[in-house]
Ligand binder design. Structure first.
Ligand code: GCB
Length: 625
């Protein structure tokens, strides 16, 4: 009863709010963005390229002089409300901004590396793109899709708000059917990359807070009823049973969905249920499994009515058995490396296209990897699709990093949304074998509850992959050489992973020879980070920190230390390439970069690269994968 009354209040409140807003110029200004995964597969009009931009550190276009959001005003001022994107109607009109004469920023792209004055900028930038596009006809629908915007995006089309998206690394969209103009359309996005205590990530990270429309923007068209999402997975490498579903939006129960897999001679039809879902399950006896050695992909095509999408998909299984990880039923050793979504050449900054993503993965291949840890947030979809093609297993992560606000319900909801969007975006990628929930989070009841809940959510969304988190190791003062992994989160995840920096943050490299391990879990053990900084080109004695020789020696000493760990299934040293971090200030050495890369910020390999390459070559000879 109480619940019903509450519900009534809820409806009343929002009903009234909606009524009030219908008198305003804007729609409900807080409307949440959607994530419709298969918009990515539909054809669209790219809205990349040069966008006009206004830097707005005081958020003048967003708040009026009483600090009220202009979004909520029934009569937002033409003079100052940037998203209205007007020009003076006559020579006497005061309009205090002008997108037409403002400088441009390239989209996709972070703003920090595009203009000197934006390198350290954290705040709002307004970005505007005009475009012409015929209004949708015959029940056709149109959506604006954003690959990612860091961190918060407020989106306006033709002076009206479409909504908000929070979270810097996942795709989102707004339906704009009925809102497109015949002539020129004005798309304005206020992107804000201010860090906040309750954000995900929070205030403190060891990477650059690149702002902007960092991934592609597309105007996507679909028929009235369209393929919104789908998922296919291999149930068992023995039976070769494939299961899956397709979600149709805007259709009716009983719609026919066709699934065709070329090369397998599979052509199946299923009908949607009342929720628009069509289920599939079939045996594919001639199926060739996907693996790093043979990354076989099949062209999967889906159609429903006039809608059709297709994409390359690989089929494999992944599970654990005791202390092993089994890929297609066979034990696998993960020869990995960590990668940030940052490319060192061509101006540096956030990875902005498939070519940059590919170069990073090719470097990992050259190192001898069969695995990459994509730290510390979801990377561009180009990256995980290329990993499918190139045969690299993937650890994919959400930015639940260090000291998130564990007891804040909104922070939890934010983390869960990012995880959900990451999984829904990438749940057909054969390369992804591990969803990682967090990195180096301090053990406490609140943190473990938060992450246990997140784990349950991940399992509910995807029971076909492994869960992990980069945890930490500890030692006691009376036994400084005994590294202990003791974390209640280890009971929750499938793979016990932890970062360790023996020889860098913890003693000198020769300490590696003295270390022993206590890891009391009957689960695979993975070392998600190790390493140390070296300035490429700085040479000296191996005892001299920051030299290539120090880093080389650290790798030489670390590898045999890790080999002694019972249940070791692999590792991903920190990190493939030097990356920007505002925390790293040592002049002449760091200069604003974390220098733990095996490759420098100029793209040059350091000595340690070859130590690891040699080790991986030998490992590859020993293991079936
Ligand atoms: C870590 C973090 C990573 C840092 C790295 C370092 O443990 O997970 O984000 O960049 O150490 O270099 O200290």
């Amino acid at each position: 009863m109480k619940q019903n009354t509450e519900m009534m209040h809820h409806h009343l409140k929002y009903g009234l709010a909606a009524l009030a807003l219908s008198f305003c110029a804007a729609v409900w200004p807080k409307a949440q963005a959607e994530n419709i995964p298969d918009l990515f597969l539909h054809s669209g009009q790219p809205l990349n390229g040069a966008w006009k931009s206004i830097i707005d550190p005081y958020d003048s276009g967003f708040y009026d002089y009483r600090y009220s959001e202009r979004d909520f005003s029934a009569t937002p001022s033409r003079a100052e409300t940037f998203y209205l994107d007007v020009q003076p109607a006559d020579p006497g009109e005061r309009v205090e901004y002008d997108f037409d004469t403002s400088p441009t920023l390239e989209v996709p792209g972070d703003w920090n590396t595009q203009r000197r004055e934006l390198l350290y900028y954290e705040g709002s930038v307004w970005c505007r793109r005009t475009f012409t596009s015929p209004a949708p006809a015959n029940g056709e629908r149109a959506f604006l899709r954003f690959g990612a915007a860091n961190y918060r995006a407020d989106v306006y089309l033709n002076g009206r708000k479409l909504g908000v998206h929070i979270g810097g690394f996942t795709p989102f969209s707004f339906e704009v059917t009925g809102r497109l103009r015949e002539g020129t359309n004005s798309l304005v996005v206020r992107v804000n990359n201010q860090r906040s205590k309750d954000g995900v990530p929070t205030l403190n990270t060891d990477w650059w807070n690149y702002g902007g429309l960092t991934r592609e923007v597309t105007l996507v068209r679909t028929p009235a009823g369209y393929i919104a999402d789908h998922r296919l997975w291999l149930e068992s490498e023995a039976t070769k049973m494939i299961a899956g579903w397709v979600d149709i939006a805007g259709g009716k129960a009983g719609d026919s969905v066709e699934l065709a897999i070329s090369g397998l001679d599979e052509r199946l039809t299923a009908q949607t249920d009342a929720k628009g879902r069509a289920n599939f399950r079939f045996a594919a006896p001639t199926l060739q499994l996907w693996s790093p050695e043979q990354p076989k992909l099949y062209d999967v095509a889906l159609s429903c009515g006039t809608d059709r999408v297709s994409e390359p998909v690989g089929f494999r299984t992944i599970r654990t058995s005791g202390k092993q990880i089994l890929l297609n039923g066979q034990p696998v050793f993960l020869r990995g490396v960590c990668i940030h979504g940052e490319f060192p050449l061509q101006g540096g900054g956030r990875v902005k296209n498939a070519e940059e993503a590919k170069q990073l993965l090719l470097w990992a291949k050259e190192l001898g990897c069969n695995f990459v840890r994509l730290a510390h947030y979801p990377h561009t979809e180009a990256m995980t699709r290329l990993a499918d093609q190139l045969g690299l297993l993937v650890w994919s992560e959400v930015p639940v990093y260090w000291t998130i606000d564990w007891t804040n319900a909104e922070t939890y909801a934010n983390a869960e949304q990012q995880l959900t969007d990451e999984i829904r975006r990438d749940d057909n990628r054969a390369s992804i074998i591990i969803w990682s929930l967090a990195n180096e989070t301090p053990v406490s009841d609140a943190r473990t509850q938060f992450l246990t809940r997140l784990a349950a959510r991940a399992r509910a969304l995807d029971s076909t992959r492994l869960l992990s988190a980069a945890m930490e190791k500890h030692s006691q003062t009376n036994a400084p050489n005994l590294n202990i992994v003791q974390d209640p989160l280890a009971d929750v995840v499938d793979v016990v992973a932890f970062n360790q920096y023996t020889g860098w943050y913890d003693g000198l490299p020769d300490k590696c020879g003295q270390v022993s391990w206590e890891i009391p879990y009957n689960k695979p053990v993975f070392i998600s980070e190790f390493g140390g900084d070296a300035r490429q080109g700085l040479h000296g004695d191996k005892a001299q920190r920051w030299t290539e020789e120090f880093q080389e020696d650290l790798y030489r000493q670390t590898l045999p230390m890790l080999d002694k760990i019972d249940g070791l299934v692999g590792f991903s040293p920190w990190i493939l390439v030097d990356f920007r971090s505002p925390k790293r200030v040592l002049p002449g050495v760091q200069d604003g970069f974390n220098r733990k890369g095996l490759i420098s910020s100029e793209g040059v390999k350091k000595k340690a690269f070859f130590v690891l390459q040699d080790y991986y070559r030998k490992r590859a000879e020993q293991s079936p994968h």
